[in-house]
Design a protein around this ligand. Structure first.
Ligand SMILES: [Cu+2]
Length: 231
């Protein structure tokens, strides 16, 4: 009698816990993608010019809208001045993906994964992926991290719902597991637990790099959070 009672309590616990977690991540996800769509709509005027540029040759346009966009961007001290070699794993001061002139930008909101280590329950953030004349630029920005800790993000090839993003995205499948054949972003959380960086790759991922996953640097098999790009 007692034994049976005990067993049934134990068998219910995991169900309840995982249901609660699912509901939480679902709600966050909806709010996140709604927010990013709203943001996209707000900057549509600029995107139209970008789309026109992309459908043409992509460079040397004297179109006044793109000239304005470039002028606005050059007010940022780092605009257009990055050393590509120094950016293999990211540069926090590089022009973020959503500010790249003439690029098509896709956003994503991080959702916690069940595989996250303890103490990572408050991790939130976004990722942006820009494709344009300079190739692919990715920016990740997160809060709720452990201050001073190092983290690593990669572009992954599967959606977050499929094995937490599946394998790393590779430009040449079966090739090197390092940049530039893969896209890696390494960063350190500041005193407030905020971490962000930007990386550039000469090649375009198209729609094949569908997700970005963040891992603790010292336990790379651990997946903290995953974000699906809204292609
Ligand atoms: Cu990864």
């Amino acid at each position: 009698m007692f034994k049976h009672h005990h067993t049934s309590i134990r068998s219910h616990l995991p169900d309840t816990a995982s249901t609660a977690r699912l509901e939480t991540s679902g709600r966050d996800g909806d709010a996140g993608s709604l927010r990013s769509r709203t943001r996209l709509a707000a900057c549509c005027a600029g995107l139209t010019a970008a789309a026109l540029l992309l459908s043409g040759c992509g460079g040397g346009s004297s179109d006044s809208a793109s000239a304005n966009a470039a002028a606005a961007d050059s007010s940022s001290p780092s605009a257009g001045m990055e050393d590509m070699e120094g950016m293999a794993m990211g540069d926090p001061s590089a022009t973020p993906a959503d500010k790249i002139p003439g690029a098509e930008v896709v956003k994503a909101t991080f959702k916690l994964l069940d595989t996250r280590p303890p103490g990572m329950d408050d991790v939130k953030g976004t990722a942006s992926l820009a494709q344009g004349p300079k190739g692919t630029t990715v920016t990740v920005s997160l809060t709720g991290l452990k201050p001073g800790e190092q983290y690593m993000s990669h572009l992954h090839g599967r959606p977050c719902a499929t094995k937490g993003g599946g394998e790393h995205f590779q430009f040449d499948k079966g090739g090197a597991t390092t940049p530039p054949n893969e896209v890696h972003l390494m960063f350190t959380a500041d005193k407030s637990g905020m971490g962000m960086t930007t990386v550039n790759n000469d090649r375009k991922t198209g729609k094949k790099a569908v997700a970005v996953v963040v891992h603790p640097m010292e336990a790379m098999d651990n997946r903290i959070a995953c974000a699906d790009f809204d292609f």
